[in-house]
Design a protein around this ligand. Structure first.
Ligand code: CP
Ligand code: NVA
Length: 332
């Protein structure tokens, strides 16, 4: 299997074997990094990192991974380029494709990253769109393998707004890898029906189970992983907070939820997380709505069931694997 020249835009474009191959490659690169073994396999190449939304993990993961592989990364921030305002995505793609060996894009609609890929002529990697966050899922699955063993058959429950990038991507990833995915949310927050149908078809081959469930106790019983994300995503208007808090508070990950799942269950979150009052938005929400955490309690976030920082570290190893596999002849 050779992924050289391929884009990494969404997991729907990859087979289970390719996803597993990328996770295994990331694991090998992680061991090399820990042992201080140099792996500058992309020496002399350059990559462009376009961020139309803010980032800590994804940006740092791409920059550190690029440096470890011997590459030069160039960061384009949300304001400091011509993208979107004076220059179309098509023209931007044709310019950057002449200068760089690969391009990362974080921004709004999935159609934008797909268009960038169509015209760039070099591999394009999705660093998060409204619809999908595929590099996050590779890191999540590497972390699950490290803590829980094989992916096949594992039950992952996603609690919260399941219609957005994280809910969608986890559902696709679980469908591909033969896992048991449950979207646990009020009905109006279930993933898009068409994508659910597509995932159920994939599940027919992989042995996965795809469920949508509003009852928290039923959904979380026997879970291997409980996963959540912020209730309001980047780019959404502030006006949606009140309704989200009202609708999603029953779906907060609490110690009771973790206990209902069982002793082996791990807690995961793509981060950043609102689990205390140590953030500007967390304080504003407390002043307005009187809640001291949102999608997860501080107790669960800080507990030994929480593997969120292993997950964050794995962003770097998995993004490195994606760049290496798509830029070189490296077999995955
Ligand atoms: N999880 C994640 O993508 O984090 P950043 O927004 O900090 O990149
Ligand atoms: N759903 C979140 C994910 C952040 C990594 C957002 O899009 O803001």
């Amino acid at each position: 299997m050779n992924l050289k020249g391929k884009n990494f835009l969404k997991l729907l474009d990859f087979t289970a074997q390719e996803i597993e191959g990328l996770i295994d490659l990331a694991s090998k690169l992680k061991t090399m990094k820990k042992q201080g073994v140099p792996h500058r396999y992309c020496e002399g190449k350059s990559v462009a990192l376009i961020f139309e939304k803010t980032s800590t993990r994804t940006r740092c993961a791409f920059e550190v991974a690029a440096a470890d592989l011997g590459m030069h990364p160039v960061y384009l921030d949300p304001l400091g380029s011509q993208i979107g305002k004076k220059e179309s995505i098509e023209d931007t793609a044709r310019v950057l494709g002449r200068m760089f060996d690969g391009i990362e894009y974080r921004g709004f609609g999935q159609s934008i990253v797909e268009e960038l890929a169509e015209y760039a002529g070099v591999p394009v990697w999705n660093g998060l769109t409204n619809e999908f966050h595929p590099t996050q899922i590779l890191a999540d699955f590497l972390t699950i393998k490290e803590h829980c063993g094989e992916l096949k058959g594992k039950k992952l429950v996603y609690m919260g707004d399941s219609r957005y990038n994280m809910g969608n991507s986890l559902m696709v990833g679980c469908a591909k890898m033969g896992m048991h995915f449950v979207a646990c949310a009020p009905r109006q927050y279930f993933p898009n029906a068409e994508l659910v149908e597509q995932c159920r078809q994939i599940a027919g081959d992989s042995g996965a189970i795809i469920e949508l469930e509003s009852d928290v106790n039923k959904a979380t019983a026997g879970a291997d992983v409980i996963y959540t994300d912020v209730w309001v995503s980047m780019g959404e208007p502030d006006e949606v907070w009140a309704q989200r808090i009202e609708d999603l508070s029953p779906y907060r990950v609490t110690a009771d939820v973790m206990n209902n799942a069982g002793a082996k269950c791990k807690f995961m979150h793509c981060l950043p997380a609102f689990h205390d009052l140590n953030t500007k938005i967390g304080k504003e929400i407390f002043d307005k709505f009187g809640i001291d955490c949102m999608e997860v309690t501080d107790e669960v976030f800080e507990s030994d069931k929480s593997i969120v920082f292993d997950e964050a570290e794995n962003r770097m190893h998995t993004i490195k694997a994606v760049m290496l596999a798509t830029l070189t002849d490296c077999k995955v």
